[in-house]
Design a protein. Structure first.
Length: 155
């Protein structure tokens, strides 16, 4: 429960979280056509390697700037966390395939639809350590609206 003295802080945090999420969406929206074009020039696996090496270098620099965070704890992470980079490869290869065939908007829409459906299931069951948030009528309507938007975008 939020008391009245913290309402303003809560609202600022919520808007900041929304802004960060939109920035992530903008990053995907910009990266997708770049990655698709790169994949067409150098090949899907080569393009993925370039994307992930540059991401690793920038992540390492950020990690150093943040004082190493808790990097020493990597040894206790479950195997699926250590292998999660495979999803980055899958994402990159799907962009490489869909973008030149369907365009940036449809490619990104398909990614968002997939993310929303998986997110809904993960939330509902509380998988992977996320808080449980059961599917309700409003969330079902939201998925249906997104699917309708995806259909309209792709036609």
């Amino acid at each position: 429960m939020i008391d009245s003295t913290n309402v303003g802080e809560f609202i600022v945090q919520q808007w900041f979280t929304i802004l960060i999420g939109v920035m992530g969406g903008i990053a995907v929206g910009i990266q997708s056509p770049i990655a698709g074009a790169m994949g067409q020039r150098v090949g899907g696996a080569a393009g993925s390697l370039i994307v992930h090496v540059s991401g690793a270098v920038l992540s390492a620099l950020l990690l150093v700037a943040r004082g190493g965070e808790n990097i020493r704890e990597w040894r206790v992470l479950p195997w699926y966390m250590l292998a999660s980079g495979a999803f980055g490869l899958i994402l990159y290869l799907t962009i490489n395939h869909t973008l030149p065939r369907a365009g940036a908007a449809v490619s990104i829409t398909l990614i968002i639809v997939g993310q929303l459906v998986v997110g809904l299931v993960v939330d509902h069951f509380g998988w992977l350590g996320v808080p449980t948030r059961p599917v309700d009528a409003a969330r079902v309507v939201a998925v249906l609206l997104l699917l309708a938007g995806g259909y309209l975008m792709a036609r």
